[in-house]
Each structure stands twice: as C-alpha cells, then as structure tokens.
Design a protein around this ligand. Structure first.
Ligand code: L34
Length: 296
C-alpha cells in the first residue's frame, strides 16, 4: 500500500480563506478587527520562524497583530507586568506567548497569568480543564488542527485505537483528551506513550491512528507501524543539510519514506500539521474577538 498524503498546507489555506470571509463579515457589522498580541522572549530562530508564519496568516485573514519582543534576560516579574497590561487592554483579543521560554522562567506561571478569555493557544488550565469536561473552550491549536484534518479527509476516529506518542502539555496531552472524549471528534480508545513507556513498539504497532509528537527524528520506523494505519507526524526537527540554502532541513519524527509504503494516510513534514496549527490559532483569535467561548 502507498499512503495517501494528508495535505495540511492545502487544508490550512482553505481554512484561512473561510476565516477571512468570517472576519470581513464581523468587521462589516461594525466590529473592530480582531487583534492578536504575540510575545517573544529572546530570539530563538525557530520561534521567530513560527511567529513569522503566524503574523503572515493574520495578514491573510484580516486579523491585526503585533509582536512584543522582550530580552531573554527578562525577569518573571517584568514579563508578568506586560501580560497583565495586555490582559487589561480591551483592544487586544488574543495573547500568545511563544514557547519555549528561557529556563529561568516558568511557563506554567506565565501561562496562568494570561487572562483565560484571551488564551488563544488553549494552554491555560481553565481551557485545558474545560476541554477535559467537554465544555466550550479554546482548543490547543495543534491537536485541534489534527482533528480538522481527520474531518476534512473523512478519516474515522470513533472506536479506533489511537496511540499518541509524546505527552507534552501543548500537543500530546490535549490530543489524547480530545480523541478519548465521547463527543463527535473523539470516541477513540486512546493510549498515551512517553519517554517512560516500556517497549514502545508493542503500543504503536496496534495503532489504527498513530500521532507522534516526541521531537525525535526517526523515532518511528516502518516496523513499528500497523499496515493501513493513519500516521500523523507532529515532529518538526531541524537537521543539518549542506545541500539546502538554509543549511538545514525539516524532518518529522517518522521515517516518512518507509512508513509511506505501509500506512493508509500520512502527513508530510513540512506541509502537514504545522500549517494547521497556525490556521487554528486564527480560528481561536476570531472566537476570542467574538467572545464566543466566554460571553461577557
Ligand atoms: N505559545 N508556542 C506557543 N504556541 C504554539 O502553538 C507553539 N507552537 C510550537 C512551538 N511553540 C509554540 C507552534 O506554533 C510549534 N509551532 C509551530 C507553528 C508553525 C509551524 C510549525 C510549528 C509551521 O508553520 N511549520 C511549517 C514549516 C515552517 C518552517 O519552514 O520553519 C510546516 O510546514 O510544518
């Protein structure tokens, strides 16, 4: 079998085109354009690249945005002061603090200081908690984007065995919650694997849907994948590549070429999950502007 490609770039572009219409309608009705505030601490090149994709998407959708740059030496107190100022600013609908943060800062504390009504990343405990009990919430963008891909390609989730590799707060953990809830996008039997999992292959080989968000190039090899599985590769690793202009290339966590011969569906890297993350951020920012999740 040769897997069909899940074209995240295409679905993200479609999503963005639809959101653009929604934003224009919202503005035509006399509302202010949605506004996204991005906070970047330090100048990690990967973070700068992702923020670039986000601000570019804002332009396409018609969302206003700007980025506040803080030095990587910023104190927790000063960072919190800025966030509180953005919380209290009625012209700001969404706030995103790009992760990772320098090690002297606690991402938990920083995330909790964001007003959950402006937490368009869906990382605040209020939003994560509401996700866990099926209440309206800002859904974390990467897992929400993956569910959009399943929906677009009519890939069934109900009653499947979904295996999530990686238990991070931003991808693996909310992904497992979404897949396992008894709602329209879930109803899967879900296993979550992480660095303490013994014999990873025992689990991955039984996955109908395998979602890999571990951040290790080549972690998942073809012999770890069941024939006909749906494979979603969330990894985005920069590996040295002298033939490329940038000096590196992006690879996922899966051995794409070999797994492609075995899976039924597979996401490429780049052009798979990454662009969907950005599209879902646009969706959440519009929801925040409309106060759809948390009405006044
Ligand atoms: N606060 N921090 C916060 N929110 C997030 O949702 C993120 N994440 C992750 C890192 N830190 C964060 C992102 O935005 C990862 N991430 C992200 C966003 C976009 C892309 C990848 C990761 C993306 O657009 N990827 C493109 C390739 C981009 C390139 O060439 O570098 C792709 O096609 O996969």
């Amino acid at each position: 079998m040769s897997a069909k490609i899940i074209d995240g770039k295409k679905v993200a572009d479609l999503t963005i085109a639809n959101l653009r219409k929604d934003v224009e309608q919202w503005v035509e009705r006399g509302n202010r354009r949605p506004f996204l505030k991005v906070v970047q601490v330090g100048n990690d090149p990967a973070s700068s690249a992702y923020i670039g994709s986000k601000t570019n998407a804002c332009k396409k959708v018609g969302i206003d945005t700007d980025t506040t740059h803080l030095p990587d030496t910023v104190s927790a107190k000063d960072l919190k002061k800025s966030i509180i100022q953005f919380n209290n600013d009625d012209s700001i609908d969404g706030i995103l603090v790009q992760l990772p943060l320098p090690s002297h800062l606690s991402s938990h504390d920083v995330i909790e200081s964001i007003d959950y009504r402006k937490d368009v990343d869906g990382f605040h405990p209020m939003n994560i908690g509401r996700l866990s009990v099926d209440q309206p919430t800002f859904k974390s963008c990467t897992p929400a984007g993956i569910l959009e891909l399943f929906n677009y390609y009519s890939i069934p989730v109900k009653s499947k065995h979904a295996v999530v590799v990686g238990a991070s707060n931003i991808v693996g953990s909310p992904m497992a919650v979404m897949l396992s809830r008894e709602n329209n996008t879930g109803k899967a039997t879900t296993t979550i694997c992480h660095k303490f999992t013994r014999d990873l292959t025992t689990h991955t080989i039984s996955a109908d849907i395998l979602i890999v968000a571990a951040g290790h190039p080549n972690l998942i090899k073809a012999e770890m994948v069941k024939e006909g599985a749906v494979v979603i590769d969330v990894g985005i690793n920069r590996v040295a590549d002298e033939t490329s202009e940038r000096g590196y290339k992006l690879v996922g966590d899966c051995d794409f070429d070999a797994i492609r011969e075995k899976a039924s569906w597979i996401t490429p890297v780049p052009g798979g999950v990454g662009p969907m993350t950005v599209a879902m951020l646009m969706k959440n920012t519009l929801l925040a502007a409309k106060k759809s999740i948390y009405p006044d």
